[in-house]
Design a protein around this ligand. Structure first.
Ligand SMILES: Cc1cc2nc3c(=O)[nH]c(=O)nc-3n(C[C@H](O)[C@H](O)[C@H](O)COP(=O)(O)OP(=O)(O)OC[C@H]3O[C@@H](n4cnc5c(N)ncnc54)[C@H](O)[C@@H]3O)c2cc1C
Length: 410
């Protein structure tokens, strides 16, 4: 390890590995550190089709195509009465290859991206933790690292990219992290073998299923080797307060979701249940002099629409371009490093709004689409992840008034 780099990226998830690969490829000395041993486990297996473009730029599309990952061609919803929506097939909206995507084992996917950063010239070190970022007169200038053997190193860097995910190293240190009080959620999930999948092209679909009374919802994500990731999400207090062991809560919620019970008739649980909570938040500032946030360290919305990895890849890519330009111009100011932030936030807000719609109990998106079939394509566009273009939020012209009316009637 050297004493000084052009760029240090903290966190070897999709956001960090993307940023490190592209800054290194632009010719700058780059260190990527990850505290865990790679490959490491992570939740968040369902990709959005728009990941295609960053995966292409990273040069890993061929690896994706020849991988064992399940092909994801659609998304489907099951409402609280058990009624299934028509699958939203991405290719009905766009027949190109980029409208297909994958359900990934994150350990393998993230390791592929971590190794790719090394191939592009970044120095990649797992089992290396950032203890603290050093600030001099408000400017990030370096950090203290610790290896698994307990050795500490002081490293200087012209730019620091915080890709530490929910750990959010810089925003916690600076006190700029903001929880979203409306989205204090928790999730309990496990892995099943032999859960029933639909035959044919919908077999790889992510299925989002409401429980009766809509107090929680399940994700159903078909992975390779006939394993399916199945998790329940609900308000933190509803799921975790005074209800006993997570496994019991999970079972209780499952009973409220007959469509899922039916899919699990011949399935076998092959993992422990895992729990996570309070994963939705934003940050008041996303870049400063000498530092920039990407991925979940920047903010996280809610897992319903599987947008997390896509936004991690995309923000990693946009930040990398800003960092490379900053290093070239020798201007590592907040303005230069964060020039991409506002347009990125403008796009991601459409998914935030769609999350809001899903959690408005008195509103039915299915009924809205029956009334406004012309918006089915606009919704599919959002499910694909196409949020960064003019007109991306067209559906909300009619959706917001309908939502307001539904809220007023209750
Ligand atoms: C319940 C749930 C379900 C989800 N489902 C989906 C889904 O289906 N599809 C989807 O796209 N997204 C999903 N997500 C979101 C997705 O998991 C994240 O958005 C994505 O992993 C973010 O990538 P990242 O690179 O920003 O962070 P991460 O993938 O979390 O990577 C951050 C890395 O930083 C490392 N790190 C942390 N602190 C330090 C430190 N001090 N020093 C060194 N390394 C450090 C961590 O070990 C970690 O490996 C889900 C999230 C939740 C909570």
């Amino acid at each position: 390890m050297k004493d000084s780099y052009d760029c240090v990226v903290i966190g070897g998830g999709p956001a960090g590995s993307t940023a490190a690969a592209l800054v290194a490829e632009a010719g700058f000395s780059t260190l990527l550190i990850e505290r865990e041993r790679m490959p490491r486990f992570h939740v968040g297996e369902s990709l959005m089709p728009e990941t295609y473009w960053t995966l292409q730029r990273l040069g890993v599309l061929e690896q994706m195509k020849s991988s064992q990952f399940t092909r994801k061609l659609s998304v489907q919803f099951v409402n609280a009465s058990g009624k299934e929506s028509q699958p939203f097939f991405f290719r009905d909206h766009d027949p190109r290859e980029c409208a297909e995507t994958w359900q990934v084992e994150r350990a393998d996917f993230d390791k592929m991206l971590f190794d790719n950063a090394a191939e592009k010239g970044a120095e990649c070190r797992d089992r290396t933790r950032a203890l603290a970022v050093r600030f001099d007169n408000g400017r990030a200038t370096g950090l203290t690292l610790q290896t698994d053997e307990g050795q500490q190193h002081e490293v200087a860097s012209r730019v620091i990219v915080d890709a530490t995910g929910q750990q959010a190293l810089i925003s916690n240190a600076l006190g700029i992290r903001e929880e979203d009080p409306k989205l204090r959620k928790a999730a309990i999930w496990g892995y099943y073998r032999n859960a029933r999948r639909d035959p044919g092209d919908n077999g790889g679909a992510t299925i989002i299923m409401h429980t009766r009374e809509k107090r929680s919802w399940f994700w159903f994500i078909p992975l390779s080797d006939d394993i399916t990731s199945i998790g329940v999400v609900g308000d933190r207090d509803y799921l975790l307060k005074g209800r006993g062991r997570p496994a019991d809560v999970y079972e209780d919620e499952l009973v409220l979701c007959p469509a899922l019970v039916e899919r699990l008739a011949n399935a076998e649980l092959v993992s422990e249940f895992r729990v996570t909570k309070e994963f939705s938040y934003s940050t008041r500032q996303q870049a400063g002099d000498g530092w920039v946030l990407v991925g979940d360290a920047f903010g996280f919305i809610d897992p319903i629409y599987s947008s997390g990895v896509y936004f991690a890849l995309r923000s990693g890519e946009l930040a990398a371009d800003a960092v490379a330009e900053a290093l070239r111009r020798n201007d590592t100011s907040a303005a230069q490093l964060g020039g991409w932030v506002q347009p990125f936030r403008d796009g991601t807000r459409w998914i935030r709004q769609l999350v809001d719609v899903y959690y408005t109990d008195e509103f039915s998106l299915g009924a809205f689409l029956r009334e406004h079939p012309e918006h089915r394509g606009n919704l599919t566009d959002l499910l694909i992840g196409r949020v960064f273009h003019d007109g991306a939020g067209r559906i909300f012209d009619d959706l917001m008034p309908a939502l307001d009316r539904a809220r007023q009637m209750n």
